[in-house]
Design a protein around this ligand. Structure first.
Ligand code: SF4
Length: 423
C-alpha cells in the first residue's frame, strides 16, 4: 500500500499529522531537467514539446519501471497514448510502485483486461450526439467536444475511445456545425467546452470559439472542463486569464485527484484564474490506491478550498474498458462521503455521483441521513449518528398556534403574513 494511503496508525503516524503532510504545498521541482533554463521550463510550449511519450524515455527516467508497467506501455499506444509533461512527471515517487501519481499516468498491463460489463463509451455520449463532437443529453445544456488532445493522458479516461486518437476513432469536430446546432436550439442555455482539453488551443483560437458562442443570445453560461491547470500550470498565463475574463459568466471545472497534485505552481495558476473572476470547481474521480482513503480525500478537499476551488464532484470511476485495477468500490465512496459531511466545511463537501452506465446521466449517491419519513414526521440521523425528529403538521407547515391575546408586532416592512391560523 502506498505511504499516502496507509490506514490510521499503519506507519505510526497519526492521521492528523498525515493530513498536515498531505496538505503542504510543495513545488514539483526540476528533477531530471535541472539544466533547463527558467524560460524554457516555464513555457507551456516547451513542456508540451518535451513530454514523455515512449517506453525508451520512461525506462531512462524510471529505472524502477515494473514488468506490468513495461508491458502496459508497450501496448498503450493501441488504446490510449502515453504522454506526461516533465512538470507532472516530477510529482511521481520513483521509489514507490504504488505512488498515487504514477498510477494515474503510467500504463499498466491490466488495461488490456476487459470485463463483459465494461464499455468503450460508458456514458453513452455517442448515442446522444446530434452532430459530431456535440453531446446533447440533458435538456438545457450541451457538451461541446473541441479537441481529442490532452496535455497528459489519464489511464482511466472515460473518453479514451477518442482522446489521443490511439484507437483510430474518427474525431473531426466541425465547429461550424456544432455552433449552428447550438444557435438553432434556444433551449440550450449552458455550453460546456471539453474534449480532450480546450486549454491546449492557442489564446486566439479559444477566443474565437468563445466569441462565437457568446454571440448566441440564448447561451447564458459557459464552462470549460480542463485538467491543464494540474498537468501544465505553465499554460495559465496572465494573457490567457485576461482573454478568458471577457466571457463571463464563465466557470471552469478542473480535475485534481490527489492532494500532491496541488503544488505551489498549481496554487499560483488557480489563483490567477480566480483573480480573473472565474469560479472554479474540482471534479475528482474515485480511484483505487490513489484517493480511496478518507485522510487523502479530506486533505484534497481542504487544500482545494485553500486554492479557491470548490470541490464539486467525486465521480465513481466509469465502467471504461480496462479500468478495473483503478476502480474503487461504491461502498468505499459512501464511506468517504460519510467522513466528509459534517466533518469538514460544507463548501468542501462535493457531490458523489455515478454516471449511470449507458447514458442515464449523473445520479447522486449519498449515505442515508433520512431514516424514515411519513406525512407528519421525518426521522433524521446527523453526522455523529444521533437521531432527530422533524415534525410537520397536516398541511406540511410547521405547526404552532398563536395565543388569543397575541399582539401583532409593528414591523417596518408592513403587514405580517404567514402567522399560522391568523393568515
Ligand atoms: S485530461 Fe480529461 S480528457 Fe484528457 S485523458 Fe485525462 S480525463 Fe481524459
Amino acid at each position: 500500500m502506498h505511504s499516502d494511503t496507509k490506514q490510521r496508525g499503519g506507519n505510526g503516524e497519526p492521521p492528523a499529522d498525515q493530513r498536515l503532510t498531505l496538505k503542504k504545498f510543495n513545488s514539483a521541482g526540476r528533477g531530471f531537467w535541472h539544466d533547463v533554463s527558467d524560460k524554457d521550463w516555464n513555457s507551456w510550449h516547451w513542456q508540451l514539446k518535451n513530454r514523455i511519450t515512449t517506453l525508451e524515455q520512461l525506462q531512462r527516467l524510471m529505472p524502477t519501471l515494473t514488468p506490468e508497467e513495461i508491458a502496459g506501455t508497450q501496448l498503450a499506444n493501441q488504446k490510449l497514448a502515453l504522454a506526461i509533461t516533465p512538470y507532472f512527471f516530477n510529482l511521481i515517487d520513483l521509489a514507490d510502485e504504488n505512488c498515487p501519481i504514477r498510477r494515474q499516468v503510467i500504463p499498466r498491463v491490466e488495461e488490456t483486461h476487459t470485463a463483459s460489463w465494461e464499455m468503450t463509451d460508458p456514458c453513452g455520449e455517442d448515442s446522444h450526439s446530434p452532430v459530431p463532437g456535440l453531446v446533447h443529453r440533458y435538456p438545457d445544456r450541451v457538451l461541446f467536444l473541441v479537441t481529442d488532445r490532452c496535455a497528459a493522458y489519464c489511464r482511466y479516461c472515460t473518453r479514451s475511445r477518442l482522446v489521443s486518437n490511439a484507437t483510430g476513432y474518427d474525431f473531426h469536430p466541425e465547429f461550424d456545425k456544432q455552433i449552428a446546432y447550438i444557435a438553432e436550439h434556444p433551449e440550450v442555455r449552458d455550453v460546456l467546452l471539453s474534449g480532450g482539453d480546450p486549454l491546449l488551443f492557442s489564446d486566439e483560437k479559444l477566443e474565437n470559439l468563445l466569441s462565437r458562442l457568446r454571440a448566441i443570445p440564448h447561451v447564458e453560461f459557459l464552462r470549460i472542463g480542463t485538467r491543464i491547470p494540474i498537468f501544465l500550470p505553465q499554460r495559465i498565463t496572465p494573457e490567457l486569464c485576461a482573454m478568458l475574463r471577457q466571457f463571463h459568466p464563465l466557470f471552469m471545472s478542473v480535475h485534481a485527484n490527489h492532494p500532491r497534485e496541488l503544488t505551489t505552481e498549481v496554487r499560483d495558476a488557480l489563483g490567477r484564474l480566480a483573480d480573473a473572476g472565474i469560479p472554479l470547481g474540482n471534479q475528482s474521480v474515485l480511484l483505487r490506491h490513489v484517493n480511496d482513503d478518507v485522510t487523502v480525500m479530506q486533505a484534497l478537499v481542504q487544500k482545494l478550498l485553500m486554492c479557491r476551488v470548490k470541490p464539486y464532484y467525486i465521480y465513481q470511476c466509469d465502467l471504461i474498458s480496462g479500468s478495473s485495477h483503478l476502480r474503487a468500490s461504491v461502498r468505499k465512496g459512501l464511506e468517504i462521503m460519510e467522513q466528509l459531511r459534517g466533518h469538514t466545511t460544507g463548501y468542501g463537501v462535493p457531490t458523489y455521483v455515478i454516471d449511470a452506465p449507458g447514458g442515464g446521466g449523473k445520479v447522486p449517491v449519498s449515505p442515508e441521513y433520512v431514516l424514515s419519513r411519513n406525512r407528519d414526521r421525518t426521522v433524521l440521523r446527523n453526522y455523529e449518528g444521533k437521531v432527530f425528529e422533524y415534525i410537520e403538521g397536516e398541511n406540511k407547515q410547521p405547526e404552532f398556534k398563536l395565543s388569543e391575546n397575541f399582539d401583532m408586532p409593528q414591523l417596518p416592512w408592513g403587514e405580517v403574513r404567514g402567522y399560522g391560523s391568523r393568515d
